[in-house]
Design a protein around this ligand. Structure first.
Ligand code: C5P
Length: 302
């Protein structure tokens, strides 16, 4: 590894795609209380953006539709800064000191909304800083750092279709998984993740079915039979989630489901034009909501 001073006018720009749990099956519980999950996950072109530039001293700034919510929260919990400090600490162990950086986060995704925002930002900060500082980091060390930042950060590092198991750290990539046209909807009312897990009645549910042979289109034909086991308790806590799902169905989504522990819901549409039309109609009905049409990132066949 060889960190450069990284100074200069050119930004390193790193996308932080939203993480969508196309399915989330709760299959058990660990002794420490954490739930075991089986998740089918994909990522969208819509997301936050992390920009990094060499500077005289470290700084952090935020813009974007949801910037104010992050500005109000405790800076010591900011996952982008935690990622910067963790990576710098790792490099310093080998006697090198990466240069100060000005990091800017464009916060386009609703905060704490089940689509990975903070984890996606942390993963993008790691990827971006590795490029900016021109580091070569061992894959295992990188995954260890990602896990220290959160169970969803390793999957966000990959940012391509995958199955995640355990509490999210056991990852299998799905290189044949197709691109989808989605609409994301959030009424911008939060739900508490621990509260939803507490309301979950059954913790031993059927896992994801075995991946289909072709790993691609066949997933889509199975999508109706897949679940988000956190959806029923989340709807109890915030009945508006049920409204979002009904509205996506009325707008001709083939599948409508909640992502993560909510409250963002997604609809899958058979083509991009239908997704655009649905988003326009939802925006008209609910101008204050977050409504975003987006394509997902297809699997990368190597
Ligand atoms: O991952 P996050 O910090 O958002 O989790 C918040 C809480 O949700 C945890 O403290 C735990 O109570 C619950 N949780 C769980 N099983 C998981 C993930 C989260 O029980 N796999």
């Amino acid at each position: 590894m060889g960190p450069s001073d990284g100074k200069g006018a050119v930004d390193t720009v790193e996308a932080a795609p939203a993480k969508i749990n196309l399915a989330l099956h709760v299959t058990g519980q660990r002794e420490d209380g954490y739930h075991l999950l089986d998740m089918l996950v994909t990522f969208t072109e819509a997301g936050d953006v992390v920009r990094i530039r060499g500077a005289a001293e470290d700084s952090f700034s935020i813009s974007g539709r949801f910037a104010s919510e992050l500005l109000q929260s405790d800076a010591s919990n900011n996952l982008v800064l935690k990622a910067r400090d963790l990576l710098r600490g790792h490099v310093q162990k080998s006697g090198l000191t990466p240069a100060p950086v000005a990091i800017h986060l464009e916060k386009n995704l609703p905060v704490a909304s089940g689509i990975g925002g903070g984890s996606a930002d942390a993963a993008a900060a790691l990827r971006g800083l590795i490029r900016h500082w021109q580091l070569e980091i061992d894959d295992n060390a990188l995954v260890d750092m990602a896990l220290m930042l959160g169970a969803d950060v390793p999957m966000c590092l990959a940012s391509q279709p995958l199955i995640a198991q355990g509490i999210g750290e056991e990852i299998t990539l799905l290189p044949q998984f197709p691109q989808l046209s989605l609409v994301l909807v959030n009424s911008l009312k939060g739900v508490s993740t621990p509260h939803i897990f507490r309301l979950l009645e059954d913790k031993q549910n059927a896992p994801l079915p075995a991946p289909p042979e072709d790993q691609g289109q066949s997933w889509l034909s199975m999508m109706d039979a897949l679940r988000n086991d956190l959806q029923p308790p989340a709807v109890k806590l915030l009945p508006e989630i049920g409204d979002m799902l009904s509205m996506l169905h009325s707008a001709r989504a083939d599948v409508a489901r909640m992502s993560g522990s909510g409250a963002t819901c997604f609809g899958i549409f058979s083509d991009w034009e239908k997704a655009e039309a649905a988003a326009a109609s939802l925006r008209e009905q609910k101008p204050g909501w977050y409504v975003q049409e987006t394509r997902t990132i297809a699997g990368r066949a190597s």
